[in-house]
Design a protein around this ligand. Sequence first.
Ligand SMILES: Nc1ncnc2c1ncn2[C@@H]1O[C@H](COP(=O)(O)OP(=O)(O)OP(=O)(O)O)[C@@H](O)[C@H]1O
Length: 773
Amino acid sequence: MSTSAGHPDEIRTDELDREQEYVGTLYGRLDDLREHAAQRLSRALRETGGTLQDRSQRESAVALYSEQLAQFSAVEQGLCFGRLDFHAAAPRYVGRIGLFRDGDHQPLLLDWRAPAARPFYLATAASPEGVARRRYIRTRDRKVVGLDDEVLDLAAARDTHAGPAGEAALLAAIGATRTGRMRDIVETIQAEQDRVIRADLDGVLVVQGGPGTGKTAVALHRAAYLLYTHRRELSARGVLIVGPNPTFLRYISQVLPSLAETGVLLRTLGDLFPGVTARADEPAGAAEIKGRLAMTEVLAAAIRDRQRVPDEPLEIVVERDTLVLDPETIRAARASARRSGKLHNLARPIFDTEIVHALARQVADRIGADPLGGENLLDEADLAEIRRELRAEPEVQAVLDWLWPILTPQRLVGSLLVSADRLAAAAPQLTDAERALLLRGPEHGWTPADVPLLDEAAELLGEDDRAAAARQQRERRALAEYAEGALEILTGSRSIDVEDEDDPEILSATDLLTAGRLGERHEEEDRRTTAERAAADRRWAFGHVIVDEAQELSPMAWRLLMRRSPSRSMTVAGDVAQTGDLSGASSWAQVLAPYVADRWRLVELEVNYRTPAEIMAVAAGVLAGIDPSLKPPRSVRETGVAPWTFRVPPQRLADELAGRVRRELAEVGEGRLGVIVPTGRLDALARAVVDAAPEAAVGAQPELESPVVVLTVRQAKGLEFDSVLVVDPEGIAAESPRGQSDLYVALTRATQRLGVLHPGPLPPALSGLDQSS
Ligand SMILES: Nc1ncnc2c1ncn2[C@@H]1O[C@H](COP(=O)(O)OP(=O)(O)OP(=O)(O)O)[C@@H](O)[C@H]1O
């Protein structure tokens, strides 16, 4: 049985007053903690001087108290949202963070992630876990504004209307107008979602669910839960969350801070190769080819293609002498470097040695030849000297660089994609048309599908750490020299600092420190956060990796992600019915088998919290066309608002759209309107929308907080709006072999209202829609 005290008429003032008093105590405690952290912070900021260790401690304190202050601000709204009453235990209050009483450390508020708070999400009338009553406490600006109670007893268990937990609070949350930023769901997590959020850290967990089933919300709350429960392990290794595009990342960016978690790296695939921000567009077909596993062979062949053997002998002029390298010698050197089994960049020294030896022999034959016809007059030491000199010759270096160049991943992939000849040599398995699709101009920027290629190339090339090591060595030397100077100054000023120069008791700085050690101390300590260090390091192994909209990732992208997660501790959220990318997944088993065989767990979410039943009925028709065996998720609510369609002559489409945008904006009031259009019509239709609503957001990364946003399906993936206008559904479906899935995504973005404008015939799957006037 569920009793609601939320309606103003029903609010029991005595209960409200009692809760208000308790909530007031909690905010009082929060204020104390905030004040304490603020004082500590300003003290740490004021202090100066002291030893290096003092400075380091101060910097740690500043970081700690700044983070605490940020956390306390983040939990200000809705600090406490629940209370559990037990048959045989004291009540527990549940909130965004844990709070303890000053002095005796009695718990005042349980963090929602603590095991003791779990019955708040799991207890049901049939399985009450000792809970007599669950109370949802609604607050606004520190004021308790409503209470929703659920009494968990057997009578309630027999109640045939077993709605979702906290139905009133849930319906209020999902019916609220959208703001363009995702909100946390911590107050109304449902039992099926809770089980995913608190699943074990280890292994690969796949969260499959239709649109609006809360996969993104669950994935983010899981990150917060894992960081809370495995703090030590994960704060050292970090948690990576991968989303489909920068707009989506901005959409979800507020959720973790509102749960007081900041130590997570949010990234798109395009950001996962340090030093590259891949944002350029390319044809879907080109991205599909780049996503194929066969690209590993193409890259390996592209590297082999750069290990040159010319058809003709090469002449090298060294100190007016002409040395000759014939193809056989180069081929033999290449074979021995390849045989070493080392990666390309790391095998270069072997190649160099062979070539330099061959050249040195030529030099020795000339200058060491015995005029009397005896053995060569040069000994091993002479030969070594000749080799050393040859290596230092710019001419020789240039030839070596040409024959076996040290390559960066950017250079390898970049030069491959701009050269028809290189593509032909490296990718004979592709058709001419496929290679033509890959070919691009030298000015083209990196695309997201290039990033797994860069990562693969880095693995195949091997990173030549010698340059970095030499740089480090140079820096160390410079620091040591600086330190030596500093020590000289110290020694020079000794007579001023120390009264009795000869006092053997007084140790000078030079006695304690060598210049090298002083230099080391001056090296900057790495003060970056785990997330910052992880972002800069391609070989970083994350403690946990969460992938959202995972169905869109290509086989090559999976290879990259698996490298970032050697422990295979991963959460993979997605919906194979929504796959739009041509190289995306149609089966989780297929995607994961190469990495974990069948050792992965699947959880399916089946309730749709976003799309009302009226809209879902329309989308279900499209889903059946994609795969009749797929079941649409069950909507948790009806709104009574029927979705509509309107057929408009093509020449009137822009005008009609402008009128409909005005009408929908009036309908949604404070809410948001999304206009989803075929990619090919984006520019023209966006102009029409901007004419009707100048504040409309359009472009590569549209601002979702605008009242109206015009997007393609690709951009709309994972997002939601109060009202959605889908324009030219047939055009959307026709743009891609996976067009039906794109249409399904477009139709399921609305939380309240859906309208479809079609200039041509309505796709048969939508024929059930009401025609609007
Ligand atoms: N337990 C819940 N309480 C309140 N709101 C919820 C709950 N679960 C999900 N929602 C809301 O439902 C909406 C859809 O959730 P979300 O975007 O996570 O779904 P999804 O499965 O990722 O959808 P899609 O596959 O379409 O991207 C969001 O507004 C989310 O806040």
